[in-house]
Design a protein around this ligand. Structure first.
Ligand code: GTP
Ligand code: MG
Length: 219
């Protein structure tokens, strides 16, 4: 059994779900039985299919008996940080890391590798005390940070790198490249410059999948 992978991002909407689904597919293709979880989700009643629902459908190809409650434990209506969304549903139980850990352990027993999607970016507040990064640390998972590829990504990336290195949090970083030309023109030269001094260079998800897959499996 491998250490679970926790997917966070430099901001919301950077491609955590997209990357999570593709990683699970790639690992499953290699014969590593991989399941996906979204412990906390907000904005659950919007028109589009929610993240946990999408992840569940992928899981059901591997284990048809799984249901939404097996992979998603705190679900809020408002599309906002859990801190804010929870204020609108005060009847719901507070987020409890121990409960999340217990539910994820049960899921982990059904697979070789568990991939956990966070919520929003690294420092999204869950309540007065904790942020989503604290959940990843509590669970002692590997951490994958998904970065965007559009103009503005460098600022997000540097802020995230600063936080991670100041707090000595090991992390793999992958750029979800949505617009190839844009990235090459506006950001790649600086990412190359950064990489010359990083222990774990920033990868481009779409171009360096094998390398990322291997790095994420190292203990
Ligand atoms: P939250 O969970 O809401 O914070 O977002 P997320 O980080 O999971 O991002 P998600 O994977 O949902 O991607 C955000 C949006 O970008 C979605 O509408 C995706 O369809 C789109 N998207 C993500 N990756 C790609 C990509 O590689 N190419 C294209 N064209 N669209 C993408
Ligand atoms: Mg998502």
């Amino acid at each position: 059994m491998y250490r679970p992978i926790f997917i966070s991002a430099t901001n919301t909407d950077m491609g955590k779900t997209t990357v999570a689904l593709q990683l699970a597919q790639l690992y499953n293709d290699k014969g590593i039985k991989t399941l996906l979880a979204k412990p906390i989700e907000t904005g659950i009643n919007t028109q589009e299919q929610g993240d946990a629902q999408v992840l569940l459908e992928a899981n059901q190809h591997i284990d048809p008996d799984l249901s939404l409650e097996d992979i998603s434990f705190y679900r809020f209506v408002l599309a906002a940080s859990p801190f804010v969304a929870a204020r609108f549903e005060p009847h719901l139980p507070p987020i409890d890391f121990k409960h999340i850990e217990k539910k994820l352990k049960a899921l982990q027993e059904k697979c070789d590798l568990l991939i956990i999607e966070g919520v929003g970016g690294l420092l999204v507040p869950l309540d007065e005390k904790v942020r989503i990064v604290d959940l990843a640390l509590y669970l002692k998972t590997k951490l994958l940070l998904v970065s965007g590829s559009k103009l503005g990504m460098l600022n997000d990336l540097l802020l995230n790198l600063h936080y991670l290195s100041s707090n000595k949090i090991p992390c793999q970083i992958a750029i979800n490249m949505q617009d190839n030309r844009n990235y090459y023109q506006t950001s790649k030269p600086y990412v190359d410059y950064l990489n010359s001094s990083l222990k774990d260079p920033i990868l481009v998800f779409q171009e360096q999948q094998d390398l990322l897959l291997n790095r994420l499996l190292e203990s």
